[in-house]
Design a protein. Structure first.
Length: 566
């Protein structure tokens, strides 16, 4: 049974534990009346979680809410768990837009819990990563390849210097094996990579105890079998669909490949666990399975690029937004513990160059629809005030029993309890939105859905692709009518006894759409966001836009195209 969030004050912990137990009981997770069963569960948790960090001094993330460890196998789906799983690839030491924009500020605006980056030398630009870590962002540090002059030892020194978690909370850092070393690295690449990964694992355990080590990443499907098993605490995948819609089947094939490198990966097909549990490819029946990270996934929007020869199919910016939000949901419900989208920012503005256009923010700092949609989703998932401890008088939706009526063969749903006592239900149509051959959008029919709740509640309907504001409100109802479409919709359920739930949601969701507030103004609320990236001090300001949120495969074919993260 999952533990309650840790309260920042010891005297508040009993209340936090009590509220958490009520929420779990309402969702059918655990049994408060069976003390013997609880004792057994706690004993099992003690055994299975013996490597987890001491949670007595929790860190806070970019929202001010408690952050989860960098590599942990979560088996219960929650709204905060999904938000914590979403990260972005950054390149703070690159030139161009990466040096012209304030990357730490963009990460804060996004509300991202994680970033993935690396460096082949010390650089003032790494202060961006230092700033992120001080704000609670978890960093996945990429280690150098065997043939690079910058060494493992030097990289570890960079981590100690720039990552604020290195001294007191190393469990909130991950270190990753070399990036895609199987591409063009000579006949001895496998032997060299094996030796490098063994050295990384040894030195990290010696110099950074508590830091989890990820397996290396690859491009070619057969590279895993050539390398074989190497030491790692976390399985690693680069999961690109070559412009196709995300699916559990694609993730399953990727996990089978990852199993060649990290033996503890459960490669069975997705399965539904008990009430409130993950549909997990690795953990539903085997809780001891290692965490699995997807350290690169995404879609590019270089509309003049030509696919083939290792170049992925492009998608439109609108399709990118729909697919990436669906990808986040699909990955999480299928047992992926962290998904790092490639990338936060476009490398350039060349429509002929696929590598320039993987970002969710354009090179001039304006937000693509995908960036806005993910930003709004993260705001919705975390809650409109993102408390660091229990909410005084927070109510719980007792007796909630969600039944989905209507919809069609492609209708998907996911129930996500939130620690403030509210429950989110995600709905979407898992059907192709982009024709890869004709290079045009496909129409996905919307479906009328009725959510039978089994209990009275107030409901707000949020479509992150459109806005962080509720598009519809239904009060005091046990039956919510909503439209399921390709762009995921979130139904936020509040206990009907809570005061002014509609007024609170309207006010608080608006916080996700405003910009420019200081920490003092923001207080406990989510980081405010705008549609424009902030330029670095002293740099040339970039073009701005109206700051509203309404700005609107095949393994080898996909993965061969990427050369990111280096």
């Amino acid at each position: 049974m999952p533990e309650a969030p840790r309260a920042p004050k010891t005297e508040d912990q009993d209340e936090a534990d009590s509220l958490w137990q009520k929420l779990l009981a309402a969702l059918g997770i655990g049994d408060d009346e069976d003390e013997q069963s609880q004792d057994e569960d706690r004993s099992k948790e003690d055994d299975s979680q013996q490597d987890e960090p001491d949670s007595s001094a929790p860190a806070t993330g970019p929202t001010g809410a408690e952050v989860l460890p960098a590599a942990v196998n979560h088996t219960t789906m929650t709204a905060e768990g999904l938000a914590d799983s979403i990260g972005f690839n950054t390149h703070v030491t690159y030139g161009g837009p990466w040096s012209q924009l304030d990357i730490s500020d963009l990460v804060t605006q996004m509300g991202a819990a994680r970033v993935r980056d690396g460096s082949l030398g010390d650089s003032p630009a790494l202060s961006e990563l230092s700033e992120m870590s001080r704000a609670g962002v978890k960093i996945d540090w990429i280690m150098p390849e065997p043939d690079q002059s910058f060494t493992v030892e030097q990289t570890i020194e960079l981590i100690k210097k720039y990552d604020a978690h290195a001294k007191e909370h190393p469990e909130r850092i991950t270190v990753e094996g070399p990036n895609e070393h199987d591409l063009g690295s000579g006949a001895d690449w496998a032997a060299n990579l094996r030796a490098q990964q063994e050295e990384i694992y040894r030195q990290v355990n010696q110099e950074l105890p508590g830091v989890k080590v990820l397996a290396p990443s690859f491009i070619m499907a057969d590279s895993r079998a050539q390398l074989g098993q190497v030491p790692a605490d976390v399985a690693n995948m680069h999961s690109y669909t070559n412009g196709a819609m995300p699916s559990a089947q694609h993730l399953h094939s990727e996990l089978e490949l990852a199993g060649h490198i990290t033996a503890e990966v459960d490669t069975r097909s997705p399965q539904q666990a008990g009430a409130g549990e993950r549909i997990s490819l690795k953990a539903a029946a085997s809780p001891s399975g290692v965490p699995v990270f997807v350290t690169e996934t995404g879609y590019h929007t270089a509309t003049a690029s030509t696919s083939g020869g290792g170049v992925q199919n492009y998608v439109s910016e609108d399709a990118q937004a729909t697919l990436m939000v669906q990808q986040a949901l699909e990955n999480y419900r299928n047992g992926i513990d962290a998904s790092y989208f490639y990338a936060l920012l476009d490398d350039g503005d060349d429509e002929d160059e696929a590598e320039d256009k993987f970002g969710v923010i354009r090179a001039d700092g304006t937000w693509k629809p995908a960036g806005t949609a993910l930003k709004n989703m993260l705001a919705t998932l975390r809650g409109f005030s993102a408390p660091t401890g229990p909410i005084a008088g927070a109510a719980v939706l007792k007796g909630l029993d969600v039944q989905v009526q209507g919809g069609g063969e492609h209708t998907q749903h996911l129930v996500l309890p939130r620690s403030d006592g509210n429950v989110l239900i995600a709905l979407w149509e898992a059907a192709p939105v982009w024709d890869q051959d004709a290079k045009k959008a496909l129409e996905v029919p919307s479906r009328d859905v009725t959510l039978q709740l089994g209990v009275g509640a107030d409901a707000q309907v949020v479509v992150p692709r459109q806005s962080a504001r509720a598009t519809d409100t239904q009060k005091g109802t046990s039956s919510v009518s909503v439209t399921s479409q390709a762009d995921p919709t979130f139904v936020v359920l509040h206990p009907s006894s809570s005061a002014s739930s509609e007024e609170r949601a309207t006010e608080d969701s608006g916080q996700a759409e405003q910009g420019g507030q200081s920490d003092e103004q923001r207080e406990d609320r989510i980081p405010v966001v705008t549609s424009t990236g902030a330029p670095k001090p002293g740099s040339t300001p970039t073009r701005t836009t109206d700051p509203t949120v309404d700005d609107t495969g095949d393994h080898d074919a996909g993965d061969d195209a990427k050369d990111g993260g280096r």
